[in-house]
Design a protein around this ligand. Structure first.
Ligand code: 0A1
Ligand code: ZN
Length: 862
């Protein structure tokens, strides 16, 4: 089917309220693949059962039936309707067989069956299975799969699918076959098959009940040495899910395949996860510490889906956060247990603020459980994933870990083998964890980030009370908002002694409330939303010296980080507004100095807390975003903090630099702080900063130090910049993932010639839009660069729109995900807003847009 749109025929909107149970189910399916890159033939045998008096509709996208049989008899009694195969069947149970031919090699969308390098692989979530065979491609149709793969043995020696291998052997003409059987009924989006010349890292895991699971990570042979960290992460994830959630793996085999060309991070296909190489391959020379962390988190995420997603799946795609929000919450818990919980929380909140908050405040805002969509691929968003995880976290905070576990146990027990809803999850939590979530349900249906104003008031007898008020700004289609229950972990500090009074969990349920916090005779400081207990924007009426007190004394590491960030933000916003930064800048400088001097703080925490708020987050605090003024203010504050603590930064940059690479929390923390220190030294224009950066770059025995040096240099005019960029390319040019870093770091540069550079790089022989990682590195990196994108004149907007349009021809999903920076046009001054909007309008007028891009652009203009 042609999913390309024209202005005359905009895509159809799908609504949650229209959900109906399937008319037909398919308890069993057998698939037969005759595989080839140029041509693959797929024969499907579906045992269908009637549930309602309606024709059998099998979804299809771009498929032409070569043959159709019903109960063994060839038939012509079928029709195609918008790509779907429709059959009027007389009885309640039939066997329907179809045959189609595909061309994996020309599948540039990377949905369905496609070629990546020499491999053939599939991606079916959300609606890719219909590009492979005719099927009721919806998550509430669960089937047992038998899969037979046939291919040329020399080209495709490894043949993998879901479940257990039940047969394999050689055929004539150099071909061979493998048969896989998955005993667990699953929706079509969890189907997977892979064929290729792959090497395996093999290991095993013994489950809590004593079963042995064979683990395999499959890559190109030369990448095999880089899979040790992923395998370690997998085994840790399996043990963690048993210990923390009581969830055991259920098949005898768990395979992971890494592919170069992949639209997202990874995919949780039953027993056969398929990963973007980016989230599997790592060695110290090519991957940074944060790449290592990303690998552990994504391996865990996909593994955890085996229960939260596969054993219990989603009834329809409006319930996507049922599996994604919960699974993100689970992978965040795993990562927190693996490293420092405080640093993980800071990183997770930083990510939420960088992506979800702007989404929730812009034209693409949608609830965690959306009401409608045109293209479901556009709803794999920070709101579904990250805000969804925050909702689960709030329930966890409200009931505590023990009762939460009772709730999750009940959820898995009640819904195992089913396609469930967000409502099912909430009900299981209510019953299992014994909590009333009536009002809490609003969080699922209401878009927008609540804003909470908090003010301390004092009653005569020394009682301190807290006045709270909440409101949520209107979002598209939701002009009026209701209050939501907001759990705020809150504490008071006695300013004179530094002592903390008992922490309370304050639950703000109404639009306004006043809460007694206890008696405190002297001056107090208010620590609120500790640990970021609710995903809100806090507007606390706190003086600079109160924030400075918290920056020095708060015993909740997240709250302490927030206090430092609060001082920095205050300084930056003042500086942009009035050219002056009041006392907040001095206080921020002092707070960073005090942290650097505090031996009790670990390096990773100090590095996080010393980082300045991002340019886009600073912009989010303003009525009208002024990218250049924001950049200048940020550089000014960075230089001040750099100069004020020169000796400490130099010392942190040098500390442990000569020790060989070690992957320990201490060594990671030191590297993180080394990178932050180097950036401060460059900002301070310390005399030898560029030479120091080049020295770090050249001597590094690991990618973290090498890349932090390159990142620090790339914004500068020093000659060392070119030296490092050239050396990096020469050294790593053969490694696609590292070359992505080389493209990305230049796209993120704050130099004034960045647009020119990016245009030049887009013509580099190593650049291609066909590989999503490469496209995201350069074009996505440029879109996220506030300074370069918004350069006066609008040339950046035009370039971005041109690239998106070009990419849309190849890969609509990846193209559509590059639109949000342009959709923020309302936040900018008149000239920029008009220029951004003009590009959105130009895109919308372009004939033949994909449904994916059409929806994103259409919603962004409104
Ligand atoms: N379920 C996956 C995300 C995912 C979604 C769509 C895809 O299609 C290209 C791929 C992956 C996850 O949450 O990891
Ligand atoms: Zn997921």
């Amino acid at each position: 089917m042609d999913t390309r749109t024209s202005p005359a025929a905009p895509p159809k909107t799908i609504r949650r309220e229209d959900y109906r149970q399937p008319d037909w189910i398919v308890p069993d399916v057998a698939l037969d693949f005759d595989l080839g890159a140029e041509r693959t033939v797929v024969r499907a045998r579906l045992e269908v059962r009637r549930q309602a008096p309606a024709p059998l509709v099998l979804d299809g996208d771009g498929l032409v039936p070569v043959a159709v049989r019903v109960d063994g008899q060839a038939t012509e009694a079928w029709r195609l309707d918008g790509g779907a195969l429709v059959l009027d069947l007389p009885g309640d149970a039939h066997v329907v067989e179809t045959e189609v031919a595909l061309s994996p090699q020309t599948n540039t969308q990377l949905m369905g069956l496609y070629a990546s390098g020499g491999l053939l692989c599939t991606q079916c979530e959300a609606e890719g299975f219909r590009r492979i065979t005719f099927f009721p491609d919806r998550p509430d149709v669960l089937s047992r799969y038998r899969v037979r793969l046939v291919a040329d043995k020399a080209r495709y020696p490894v043949l993998l699918s879901n479940g257990d291998l039940v047969g394999s052997g050689d055929l004539d003409d150099g071909r061979h076959f493998a048969e896989w059987h998955d005993p667990f009924p699953k929706p079509s989006y969890l189907f997977a098959a892979v064929a290729g010349d792959l090497a395996e890292r093999r290991d095993s895991f013994t489950t809590a009940s004593g079963r042995t699971v064979q683990l395999g990570i499959w890559t190109r042979a030369e990448d095999r040495p880089r899979t040790a960290h992923a395998m370690e992460s997998l085994k840790l994830s399996m043990a963690w899910d048993e210990r923390v959630y009581g969830r055991e793996y259920d098949l005898g085999i768990f395979n992971i395949v890494a592919v170069n060309d992949f639209n997202f991070g990874a995919m949780e296909n039953k027993g056969l996860n398929i990963f973007n190489t980016r989230y599997i391959l790592a060695d110290p020379d090519e991957a940074t510490d944060s790449d290592y962390d990303g690998i552990a988190a994504v391996v865990a995420h996909e593994y955890f889906h085996n229960w939260s997603g596969n054993r219990v799946t989603c009834r329809d795609w409006f319930q996507l956060s049922l599996k994604e929000g919960f699974t993100v919450f689970r992978d965040q818990g795993f990562s927190a247990d693996l490293g420092s919980p405080a640093v993980r929380r800071i990183e997770d909140v930083r990510a939420l603020r960088a992506t979800q908050f702007p989404e929730d405040a812009g034209p693409l805002a949608h609830p965690v459980r959306p009401e409608s969509y045109m293209e479901i691929s556009n709803f794999y968003t920070a709101t579904i994933y990250n805000k969804g995880a925050e909702l689960i976290r709030m329930i966890h905070t409200l009931v505590g870990p023990g009762r939460f576990r009772q709730g999750s146990d009940l959820y898995f027990e009640r819904h195992d083998g089913e396609a469930a809803t967000c409502e099912d999850f909430v009900v299981a939590m209510e019953v299992g964890a014994q909590v009333d979530l009536t009002a809490f349900r609003r969080w699922y249906g209401q878009a927008g980030t609540p804003r909470v104003e908090a003010r301390i008031a004092r009653v005569e007898d020394g009682t301190v009370s807290l006045a709270l008020r909440q409101s949520t700004p209107p979002t598209p289609g939701q002009p009026d908002k209701s209050p939501v229950p907001i759990p705020l972990r809150t504490a008071l500090f006695d300013r004179a002694s530094g002592a903390r009074l008992a922490e309370q969990l304050v639950l703000l349920e109404d639009a306004e409330a006043t809460v007694a916090l206890g008696r405190a005779p002297g001056d107090v400081a208010l620590s609120i939303n500790r640990g970021f207990s609710a995903p809100i924007v806090l507007v606390a009426d706190r003086a600079t010296d109160e924030l400075a007190f918290l920056a020095a004394h708060d015993d909740d590491p997240f709250a302490r980080y927030e206090a430092v960030q609060g001082l920095m933000l205050e300084a930056l916003v003042d500086r942009v507004a009035s050219g002056d930064a009041g006392g907040a800048a001095d206080a921020a400088v002092d707070a960073v100095g005090a942290m650097l001097a505090d031996p009790a703080l670990d390096d990773a925490f100090v590095a996080e807390a010393a980082l300045l708020p991002s340019e886009s987050f600073i912009g989010d605090q303003m009525l009208v975003v002024e990218p250049l003024a924001i950049h200048d203010a940020r550089e000014w504050l960075r230089a001040r903090i750099g100069r004020a603590h020169l000796a400490a930064w130099r010392e942190r940059q040098e500390r442990g630099a000569n020790q060989p690479f070690a992957y320990t929390p201490e060594a990671k923390g030191r590297r993180r702080l080394r990178g932050v220190a180097l950036a401060y030294l460059l900002a301070a224009r310390d005399t030898d900063a560029a030479a120091r950066a080049l020295d770090q770059f050249q001597r590094a025995d690991n990618m973290t130090d090498r890349f932090s040096a390159l990142s620090a240099l790339v914004g500068s005019d020093a000659a060392e910049r070119e030296t490092a960029l050239d050396a990096f390319r020469v050294r790593h040019g053969g490694s696609p993932l590292v070359l992505d870093k080389w493209f990305g770091v230049q796209a993120g540069s704050s130099r004034s010639d960045t647009l020119e550079t990016v245009v030049r790089l887009s013509r580099d022989p190593d650049f291609t839009l066909a590989n999503p990682n490469r496209a995201r590195a350069l074009i996505g990196g440029f879109g996220a660069n506030q300074l370069a994108l918004h350069d006066d004149g609008g040339a950046g907007y035009r370039f971005l729109a041109d690239q998106i349009l070009q990419l849309d021809r190849l890969n609509p999903q990846t193209a559509a995900r590059l639109v949000p920076p342009l959709g923020r046009w309302r936040r900018f001054g008149e000239a920029r807003a008009a220029a951004m909007r003009a590009q959105l309008e130009r895109m919308l007028r372009t004939p033949g847009l994909s449904r994916d891009l059409y929806e994103q652009v259409f919603r962004s203009i409104d």
